[in-house]
Write a protein that binds this ligand. Structure first.
Ligand code: TRP
Ligand code: ZN
Length: 487
């Protein structure tokens, strides 16, 4: 294979002296180099700008995998700039790389280094393209440092909701699903590239900063308070969070010894007390149903209603806009298994998150002596359009556009897929499948084909025809499916 020179000037001088005198020879030479090297030229010397997600093609980046993010951030709501940051990203090259991309939206970049040496960089939209001084070899572990600053902004989702960096009454809240995390740190912002994290954040000392994982230290110097957070288990960047403001913090441990860290906006503490006191019970229930809890701490962040308008299953510590009801607490805790530990490989696989988190609500209600999951299913099947007018608009396995990944067919009809599986194989096989699935892909990523193949391997043989029909009619079929005749 030809090796692509990074600049034509690196063609050895003796070659130049012999050949380059002739204009004809020179143009042939340039043409050859261009053909061999254009856009990676099939050699893949330039990492791709995205990983080809069907809905967010520029999310994530090709040519490397991130293993760790080390973020050092300072935020002052009144500061100019409000945020200064340094991101140290450890990654492994999956191919030879002359250049690669990071995702970063807004903010200004001050310097980029690779392996401690200043690198070239340029920006276009959300793409930060980095050209290290020395090319990277396939298999090499390398460290990129990005120094940046600015006032981070909200990102408007295709469905109109707001994420990214949200200003709150007393600070800020960073929420990343699906593509908001690039508003506050550079990285490979796609769920297929999970990594561990260390986050250090400095804020004015009258404020508190809360993030994912375990708090590993806090110190106040002058007027500023720095806290550090360690996330050991792999995390998708959309699940990273930062909540900055006034919080009442409660630390405890469950009877199994799991650390619990709960941060509540002081205006919400009394209204939150009752529901949050049920967290240990919800955890026990979830482990009994879904298998061992995948992370080394748990908790919650409760902000004011209106700060985000929606809850999000941020890893270890879901965020709630005001005191959640028990069903919402169950939903976000269930996501720790379905979404946070077993993470969708693309945004098309979103139903793997939302169907199980929604079905967890049905199961909880059944176990609490309310409606059975069967009753919830039947009610939805017969009258679902009253509450969910879009219920039958598209199949959960194939949302038509990026604006549809968090709509009713994904949540409600997705949960109906799960219930159809349960009814078909029976409770024993169903819980084996659910717990086997969370164990098989623990801390990893999985797509819908992985799931259907897993169910087909685990389901009793006599159910396979009906399982096939569930995929055809409920997961991928258009419109409201027929119910099978009761056997
Ligand atoms: N995943 C969240 C939940 O169900 C909901 C949500 C918030 C969401 N923001 C989103 C879903 C953006 C898709 C896209 O708890
Ligand atoms: Zn959800």
């Amino acid at each position: 294979m030809v090796s692509c020179p990074r600049r034509i000037a690196v063609v050895p001088r003796y070659v130049r002296s012999v050949l380059v005198r002739s204009v004809l020879v020179r143009s042939v030479l340039v043409l050859l180099l261009l053909t061999a090297c254009s856009g990676g030229g099939g050699r893949g010397a330039d990492g791709a700008a995205g990983v080809g997600d069907p809905y967010f093609p520029k999310s994530g980046n090709g040519g490397y995998d991130v293993t760790h993010y080390d973020l050092t951030l300072a935020y002052d709501p009144k500061g100019r700039p409000a945020l200064t940051g340094s991101a140290v990203i450890t990654a492994r090259a999956a191919q030879d790389l002359d250049s690669f991309h990071l995702d970063l939206k807004g903010l200004s970049v001050e310097e980029v280094t690779v392996e401690g040496t200043r690198a070239g960089w340029s920006r276009k939209g959300q793409e930060l393209s980095v050209r290290p001084a020395r090319a990277l070899d396939k298999g090499e572990t390398f460290r990129v440092t990005v120094a940046y600053s600015g006032t981070p902004q909200p990102v408007t989702d295709p469905d109109g909701s707001q994420e990214g960096w949200l200003r709150t009454a007393d600070g800020a809240l960073a929420l990343g699903e699906p593509v908001g995390s690039m508003a506050w740190f550079p990285g490979s912002h796609h769920p297929s590239d999970k990594a561990s994290y260390d986050i250090a954040v400095t804020v004015p000392k009258d404020l508190t900063a809360v993030s994912n994982g375990e708090p590993t230290g806090e110190r106040t110097v002058g007027g500023r308070r720095t806290s550090t957070w360690h996330t050991a288990e792999p995390m998708a960047s959309y699940l990273a969070t930062l909540a900055i403001g006034r919080y009442t913090v409660t630390r405890s441990t469950t009877k199994d010894g799991l650390p619990v860290y709960v941060a509540v906006d002081p205006t919400q503490t009394s209204a939150s007390r009752k529901v949050l006191s049920r967290l240990p019970e919800v955890m026990d229930w979830a482990q009994y149903n879904f298998g061992p809890y995948p992370f080394s701490s748990v908790g919650a962040i409760v902000d004011r209603p209106g700060d985000s308008g929606y809850a999000l299953e941020t890893q270890n510590r879901p965020v709630f806009p005001g005191p959640p009801d028990t069903a919402t607490l169950v939903h976000e805790i269930a996501h720790q298994w379905f979404g946070d530990s077993v993470t969708p490989r693309t945004w098309r696989d979103m139903w793997l998150n939302e169907s199980f988190a929604t079905y967890a609500e049905w199961l909880w209600e059944e176990d609490e002596g309310g409606a059975t999951a069967e009753e919830t299913f039947t009610d939805l099947y017969e009258h679902g359009e009253d509450d969910y007018p879009d219920l039958w608009d598209f199949p959960p396995g194939e949302p038509p556009t990026a604006a549809d990944i968090s709509s009713d067919p994904v949540y409600q009809r997705g949960a109906m897929v799960v219930h159809r599986i349960r009814r078909t194989v029976g409770d024993d096989a169903f819980y084996d499948i659910v717990q086997g699935w969370t164990a098989a892909h623990r801390h990893g990523t999985a797509d819908t084909d992985d799931f259907t193949a897993y169910v087909e391997r685990q389901a009793p043989d006599e159910n396979l025809d009906e399982i096939d029909e569930i995929w055809d009619d409920w997961l991928y079929g258009e419109g409201r499916p027929e119910l099978p005749r009761e056997r």
